[in-house]
Design a protein around this ligand. Structure first.
Ligand code: SME
Length: 164
């Protein structure tokens, strides 16, 4: 997929997800749908899912892929770093990232996108792994940040502000 096609594809997937989730308020339903659609639409996504903020750390949520680690402390891994920094992290080679948690040795690169709710609270992260080194770039970051904002940043889905 070239860069132009990839950006267009993210746009189509955003439309598909927001149409499927029209009016849905339940977070598990939202996370499960986002995971399933993303896993099916991008062939370089090896593991696609959510870790939810709970007291004291991250706990696994809906996902597609091989079994994920159940809990991640906030001082651990790429997911913990994304929460601490409050921004999307793209890691081209997870094996050289200090503190990376290897839930599956096949994961080579990773993107972790913080998820904020309508009240502005960081409630989860979207974590996507690839078997390819350097699989994720700016188009992925922007595409995934838009999807997460459209789905989670408003009480109602889709979030109109995020789609503007
Ligand atoms: N690699 C992640 C852990 C979660 S798995 O990728 C599913 C990390 O270091 O945060």
């Amino acid at each position: 997929m070239n860069k132009y096609d990839k950006a267009e594809h993210y746009q189509r997937v955003l439309g598909q997800i927001t149409a499927m989730l029209d009016g849905e308020r339940d977070d598990v339903a939202r996370m499960a749908t986002v995971s399933a659609v993303l896993a099916g639409e991008f062939d370089y996504f090896y593991w696609t899912g959510f870790y939810r903020m709970q007291a004291g750390g991250l706990v696994i949520g809906p996902y597609q892929g091989t079994p994920g680690c159940l809990r991640i402390a906030l001082d651990r891994g790429i997911c913990g770093a994304a929460v601490r920094q409050g921004e999307t992290l793209v890691v081209d080679n997870v094996h050289v990232f200090p503190g990376h948690i290897a839930c599956d040795a096949k994961s080579r690169s990773e993107i972790v996108v913080p998820v904020w709710n309508a009240a502005g609270m960081l409630v989860a992260v979207l974590d996507i792994d690839s078997e390819q080194v350097g699989a994720f770039g700016d188009i992925d970051r922007l595409g995934l940040e838009r999807i997460v904002a459209a789905v989670f940043a408003c009480e109602e889905t889709p979030c109109q502000n995020a789609l503007d």
